[in-house]
Design a protein around this ligand. Structure first.
Ligand SMILES: Nc1ncnc2c1ncn2[C@@H]1O[C@H](COP(=O)(O)OP(=O)(O)O)[C@@H](O)[C@H]1O
Ligand SMILES: [Mg+2]
Length: 356
């Protein structure tokens, strides 16, 4: 049931539009990898290329070590779960799940037995005789999942599977998909435009932008050490501030941000001007007299967020402001209060590519 997926310089062109542009990646068997990016960046096309629903214009695609570039969908042994579920409305749950098995020649009794077992896996035992219209959105999504899983594909593909669910259910179904994937060792390629969903569910995330890969890494790598401004902003809130790289010693850069000096991984940079990405939890605000290796600033905007405060802080001597999230809601800073600003070491990173 498991298989890895490899793309080698894969492109897909539709007339003048390049939907996927020379993409390389490797998805290890038994892992859940997310394709994350804004609308139109090429995520669905990439999934359809894996499924064989589109033919690559150039490049090669391997599943389980086999070159499937020229193979039809039926020869690839992958299943896709769509955003719309695409259930047959006139078929009962059990028959929806049996359908693929029956079409590939499995006998009625055996197909029903496998379908029941899979429905049990996704927590739908007892609902076999319902019609899709008699189910909640989350239940319908699980039927769609069962229908794909019952075929025991080498690779399961999900295209924004949670977008029709309300927020509370989204988290629940997301966690179920992840739990099933891990317990069964499934290979899953999962598409979303939601960075929080991607962080929560993935072994690795491939961030796409403009038909290409912006960065490929673990959720933590992408969040804490984005490669560029685009990834930094797309993976959550980030403030990007100009810095000077004063010195390089091995892999360490000495970086000056106003009065603050930091030692950070150099990430391929040399001395000179650079850009620093700072996550909202990576700055600590404090009242009272200046401390060494800190900045001074002024609270520009203070927003109560229930379990946290959000601040926009103007930094003395900088034109860019800093966005800070602080868990202290008991004694918050008021708008226009002067503050000291210290940086923590996690979530502060030089950007190797300053562009876009
Ligand atoms: N069948 C098609 N014909 C022409 N252009 C297409 C087709 N499918 C996708 N595209 C274009 O390719 C780009 C990527 O689309 P898509 O893969 O659907 O993006 P995403 O899923 O990330 O939103 C878009 O510019 C889209 O308009
Ligand atoms: Mg899409």
């Amino acid at each position: 049931m498991s298989g890895g997926v490899v793309f080698q310089a894969v492109s897909k062109r539709y007339g003048g539009v390049t939907a996927v542009d020379g993409v390389d990646f490797e998805i290890a068997a038994g892992t859940l990898v997310t394709l994350l990016g804004p609308s139109g960046c090429g995520k669905t096309t990439t999934l359809r290329l894996i499924a064989g629903l589109e033919q690559a214009s150039s490049g090669r695609i391997f599943i389980d070590g086999i070159d499937v570039t020229a193979k039809s969908p039926g020869e690839r042994d992958v299943s896709m779960v769509f955003q719309s579920y695409a259930l047959f409305p006139h078929l009962k749950v059990l028959d929806n799940v049996c359908y693929g098995l029956r079409s590939s020649g499995v006998g009625r009794a055996r197909a029903a037995e496998q379908a029941r077992a899979t429905l049990n896996l996704v927590g739908l035992t007892g609902l076999e005789d319902r019609l899709p219209s008699e189910l909640s959105g989350g239940q319908q999504q699980r039927v769609a999942l069962a229908r794909a899983m019952v075929l025991e594909p080498r690779v399961l593909l999900f295209d924004e599977p949670l977008s029709n669910l309300d927020a509370s259910l989204r988290r629940h179904v997301r966690d179920e998909i992840r739990a099933l994937q891990q317990s069964l060792g499934l290979t899953v390629v999962y598409v979303t435009h939601d960075q929080a969903e991607a962080l929560a569910i993935s072994d690795r995330i491939i961030v796409m932008n403009n038909a290409g890969i912006a960065q490929d890494g673990t959720p933590r790598e992408l969040y804490e050490t984005p490669a560029d401004r685009f990834v930094a902003k797309f993976m959550g809130e980030a403030s990007i501030l100009p810095v000077t790289v004063e010195a390089i010693d091995g892999d360490t850069a000495t970086v000056c941000l106003g009065a603050i000096t930091l030692e950070l991984p150099r990430r391929g940079l040399g001395t000179g001007a650079g850009a620093l990405a700072i996550r909202p939890h990576s700055a600590r605000l404090f009242a009272g007299p200046p401390e060494s290796n800190t900045l001074r600033g002024t609270i520009r905007r203070a927003v109560y967020g229930g379990d946290h405060m959000e601040y926009d802080v103007t930094i003395d001597g900088f034109s860019d402001s800093l966005f800070v999230v602080d868990t202290n809601v008991v004694t918050p800073f008021a708008a226009s209060a002067p503050v000291g600003i210290a940086l923590t070491s996690v979530g502060v990173a030089l950007l190797p590519r300053a562009t876009s």
